[in-house]
Design a protein around this ligand. Sequence first.
Ligand SMILES: Nc1ncnc2c1ncn2[C@@H]1O[C@H](COP(=O)(O)OP(=O)(O)O)[C@@H](O)[C@H]1O
Ligand SMILES: [Mg+2]
Length: 311
Amino acid sequence: MEKKIRLALVAGGKSGEREVSLAGAKEVEQALSREKYEVRRYDPATDLARLAADAGKIDMAFILLHGPLGEDGTMQGFLDLLGIPYQGAGVLGSALAMDKNLAKILYQQAGLTVAPWEMAQPEDQKNPRRLLEHLSLPVVIKPLRQGSSLGMSLARSEEELVQGLAKACTFDSEVMVEQYVRGREITGGALGNKELTALPLVEIIPGEEYAFFDYQAKYQPGASREVCPAELPPEVTARAQEIALAAHRALQLKGYSRTDMIVADDGIYVLETNTIPGMTPTSLLPQAAAAHGLSFPDLLDRLIELALAGR
Ligand SMILES: Nc1ncnc2c1ncn2[C@@H]1O[C@H](COP(=O)(O)OP(=O)(O)O)[C@@H](O)[C@H]1O
Ligand SMILES: [Mg+2]
């Protein structure tokens, strides 16, 4: 029998998405083949020293962390130092994708369409007019480096804008304000190393009570409807899949990614790219992989294979 791959499943951590990470890890651990892998769990909140001590006995890590200190290149750098390969983007790509401002600059550079945006300044909280010189209400306020819509809000008035800025500031020292784009929300997965495959698109339809795809709409069962493959005209599908691959390349990503987009009347807008997308069997990327013929365990095998194949 072939030797088992000794896999470190790294999940938990200290970000606002700790619970999402742990829930995903439970599902991943269950789905990983016992014949192929010997799995050990490490939680960065408590187990970094143990991970470093065990490095010689680990063939690869599967990082299932979302948000700062996990999805942003820090864990990737730690594993690089320890000589442990891992799935998905490296230090640079992870850091670029986590920074919504730099990511948008790179998308633009690659010819992709993004919603107009402004970086908030501390004085904007007293006088938000400056922000509305180039943007018009409604706007979306986002902490620069978060996920799961944490700290985000939608503002329809100057008053809500001020409140939104105050809220976002408690999640990150840097905050951006983006033009609200009306349209259909879709997400597009990319899978592969040099040869990249665009996965079928998923459309996300938040329930009517949600102004946007917020934390609750994302994780409360039944709060949103997901359609995969998304029912869009073929030319829109083709273009959105192309955009998902272009975004992946623009941010220097590896292995896989999932790009959130809005299909509006005047084009397809890129919102952001996730380098460690949610990983329960019903999460968006696993759904898209399933529509592509890859079951959840198959998808995990593929990600591990891509990581071990080198870059
Ligand atoms: N400019 C925008 N216009 C309309 N809706 C938006 C915009 N930006 C974000 N949203 C909504 O907020 C959600 C979260 O935003 P996103 O940029 O994907 O950040 P996160 O990293 O938190 O997922 C999106 O899925 C979408 O529903
Ligand atoms: Mg998103």
